[in-house]
Design a protein around this ligand. Structure first.
Ligand SMILES: Nc1nc2c(c(=O)[nH]1)N[C@H]1C(S)=C(S)[C@@H](COP(=O)(O)O)O[C@H]1N2
Ligand SMILES: [Mo]
Length: 210
């Protein structure tokens, strides 16, 4: 059942609800654990694992803030069944980051790492999809602490747990590995349009063995 083509056409897409979702007024805060305190002099963003040249790349907050800024209009679909439609996310396109710090040719997946060891795994193609964005802003304003300041990932075509708040880095992987929620019963891929909510729904090839 893929999703309508209008969704792929970029900024002027029509928002709509995936099956089983309901519209949320306002913007609730959903996460596991405490909200981390941002320490600008300790913060860095790291790309590591199987990079093309075998080297890690690090940006401090000032350097990261100077990366090319772009925007994407996208929805958030929480697997607990509420959706927020039509937010404009501003920040650094994941694809742009992957061009600055390219993966080795045999990389198939990434682990996106956040404060306190929170993580989410993605297929490399989900990560480098043209609408995946490391967001610093929503609707023109800096993110608030509880929504992920200074940086969160937004993966518009997957459930929102695939987008860590307080994100600190990306690990390039040559095999898939489950992240935080994927180890705890949530689907390894997480496509809201086919309701890939729970790991018991996984088909052969959707994810690694537990
Ligand atoms: N670091 C971190 N990021 C996270 C989570 C989390 O538990 N920890 N939860 C995810 C889930 S399940 C959802 S629905 C969204 C919620 O984002 P919001 O609080 O800005 O609405 O954040 C995602 N990012
Ligand atoms: Mo969620």
């Amino acid at each position: 059942m893929g999703h309508p083509e209008s969704r792929e056409s970029g900024m002027l897409q029509q928002s709509e609800l995936p099956p089983g979702q309901r519209l949320q007024r306002g913007w609730p805060v959903t996460h596991y654990g405490p909200v981390p305190k941002f320490k600008p002099d300790r913060w860095e963003f790291r790309v590591f694992g199987s990079t093309a040249d075998g080297e890690k790349r690090c940006w401090n907050h000032e350097q990261f803030s100077a990366l090319p800024f772009s925007t994407v209009v996208a929805d958030l679909h929480c697997v607990t069944k509420f959706s927020m439609l039509g937010a404009e996310w501003g920040g650094v396109a994941a694809r742009a980051l992957a061009e600055l710090a390219p993966p080795a040719p045999d990389v198939t997946h990434v682990m996106v790492w956040a404060e306190y060891g929170f993580s989410a795994n993605l297929r490399l193609s989900d990560f480098t999809s043209d609408r995946t964005i490391f967001a610093t802003h929503k609707d023109g304003e800096l993110l608030t602490a509880e929504h992920g300041f200074p940086l969160r990932l937004v993966v518009p075509h997957l459930y929102a747990w695939k987008g860590p708040k307080w994100v600190r880095g990306v690990e390039y992987m040559t095999a898939d590995r489950r992240g935080f929620w994927e180890e705890r019963g949530y689907h390894n891929i997480g496509d809201p349009w086919t309701e890939q909510r729970y790991s018991y729904q996984e088909l052969p090839g959707d994810g690694p063995e537990f």
